[in-house]
Design a protein. Structure first.
Length: 71
């Protein structure tokens, strides 16, 4: 009998990355439509959001790595 695995950390990762991706799309469209995007810091915001996605992913990896360690 297979028991479904509920991975709350994975659910959080998916939701967080989806939210970040939506925000990145908004920022990218704004930056592409604006000649002063660099001066307004839009590209800096894009870099910040990209870094945030890496932190969220690293947090997921850290959280699940403890589950499978041999005791």
């Amino acid at each position: 009998m297979l028991v479904p695995l509920i991975d709350y950390d994975l659910s959080f990762l998916q939701e967080a990355l989806h939210l970040i991706n939506r925000h990145l799309e908004i920022l990218k469209n704004a930056a592409n439509d604006d000649r002063d995007a660099e001066d307004k810091g839009l590209w800096d915001s894009i870099e910040y959001m990209t870094g945030l996605s890496f932190v969220v992913s690293q947090n997921y990896i850290y959280n699940i790595s403890g589950r499978y360690k041999n005791k």
